[in-house]
Write a protein that binds this ligand. Sequence first.
Ligand code: UDP
Length: 234
Amino acid sequence: MLKRILIKASGEMLGGTGGYGLDQDSLLTLAKYLKQAHDTGVQLGIVIGAGNIMRGTSAQYLTRTKADSAGMLGTAINAIVLQDILQQEFQLDCIVLGAFSIDGMFQQSSPQLLDTYFTQKKVVIFAGGTGAPYFSTDTAGVLKALEINADLMIKVTKVDGVYDKDPHQFPDAKKYDFISYQEVLAKKLNVMDFTATSLAMENNLPIRVVNLSGDNLVSIINKKSIGTLVSSCE
Ligand code: UDP
């Protein structure tokens, strides 16, 4: 069984129709799967995106750095909302740590705090991405997975793995069980941005891409081959 994992969930998984805003059913669904994962005994770090609130690259009417700041604050909104649902509905002991602190809401992450909270068996939700503009929460996911020494990063998406083309548009799209970082980069596959993929490649962090259905997360924690593995070798 895996001991420590980092789950990266995009903001749109919290959104309602069209993936925007905050939707109670979507939140409860994500929280239910996270609780299932936690119940295996694995140590859990979570990075949450903010595509349901703000994506820097989509807000071309704004200065990029300001739009990115708004995006990072969006991840903070998602993090505290997810923390509340996990605590109130599923009695999960979890803490939010940020790339920056917000007084009265959450502290800035540090190796010492991470150590303390993981020793206390808390779920750690990371807010604020990397804390810098021009990055994505996928990159933050890889970064945090490396910082906490996770065995694996699981990227949960609406699709059940990595395909050679968009499976919604092309019925003949082929799903990979395994794909190397190099191939993801060379084929410009829409898995993660280049920065996130390169950082994972440089540090040999394996990533599994899956959707949330059945007991996918539990199976992965029990080392079953679900979704697509992105790694340097099979
Ligand atoms: N963002 C940023 N720096 C980071 C992480 C995120 O500036 O380290 C901003 C950026 O504008 C991004 C937005 O926050 O578009 C939301 O993150 P992302 O697009 O990764 O969210 P997701 O697609 O996972 O919901």
